[in-house]
Design a protein around this ligand. Structure first.
Ligand SMILES: Cc1cc2nc3c(=O)[nH]c(=O)nc-3n(C[C@H](O)[C@H](O)[C@H](O)COP(=O)(O)O)c2cc1C
Length: 232
């Protein structure tokens, strides 16, 4: 065996890597007490999704595989690890509403993850008000301090890297109407932290509350932002 094959820089790098990092390949398991995937990619905003089924019955559930994806038109999306009711309803009706989860609503948001028998509403179960929307049939959460009515633009089933379909669906919706509690707008600027948004961290029940003292500002490099999107 040549000495090069034993002690190449690459081998040294790998040894240093192994010392510094817990490395794993998801297909072989993570080797930890809790799956770190959604704790590392965290905190995530929560897609609190209201929808109706084809018989007009309201549904409400939280999805933390959620984010905004486009400005013009505004597009947001949530992902479900199975063909759950929210996905089915979005698919059947082409509509849903996103609702903001803030600290005073955290427990009730959590309750809306309860699997209920068909016909039982998560709104009633969690003591929330289903307020009619203007452009979609799905109601919004009356207690939420912001909400966005959406029309479905795409539902994508995930595939693995070999092209094999897996259990997981991304529902993308164009935002066609937005509600923001006026007390959260100061001098024309939405006060993100004043709303006390609650975000999902890892494990079974970890969350992060955003408070004004956690905010900081960093200007983007010149030319990298689009003023029409960011405002002044
Ligand atoms: C904070 C939170 C985040 C969740 N995020 C997801 C998610 O991203 N994807 C998912 O499939 N389920 C997620 N769940 C579980 C669903 O909310 C739960 O399965 C719910 O019953 C689905 O309701 P539905 O069938 O009415 O859509 C989450 C639950 C909680 C409490």
């Amino acid at each position: 065996m040549s000495s090069a094959s034993i002690d190449t820089p690459q081998t040294k790098d790998r040894a240093m890597d192994d010392e510094r990092f817990h490395y794993y390949e998801p297909a072989q398991g993570h080797g930890l007490r809790h799956n770190p995937f959604n704790a590392v990619i965290a905190p995530r905003p929560i897609g609190w999704i209201s929808s109706i089924d084809r018989d007009g019955r309201p549904n409400l559930a939280p999805y933390s595989f959620f984010n905004a994806f486009n400005y013009e038109p505004p597009i947001l999306g949530f992902a479900s690890i199975a063909w759950k009711d929210s996905v089915r309803n979005a698919s059947e009706t082409g509509e849903f509403v996103w609702n903001l989860v803030t600290k005073e609503l955290d427990t009730r948001m959590n309750q809306t993850a309860t699997p209920l028998p068909p016909g039982m509403s998560e709104f009633a179960h969690a003591g929330l008000t289903a307020v009619p929307s203007r452009h979609v049939k799905a109601p919004r959460v009356g207690e939420a301090r912001a909400a966005m009515e959406c029309k479905v633009v795409d539902i994508v089933q995930f595939k693995d890297h070999k092209g094999q379909a897996v259990s997981g669906w991304l529902v993308l919706g164009e935002v066609i109407a937005v509600y923001i509690d006026r007390t959260l707008i100061v001098d024309g600027v939405y006060q993100t932290a004043e709303a006390r948004p609650v975000l999902r961290a890892g494990r079974g029940g970890d969350y992060v509350e955003v408070t004004p003292d956690r905010m900081f500002e960093m200007e983007r490099p010149a030319g990298s932002s689009i003023p029409a999107h960011h405002g002044s």
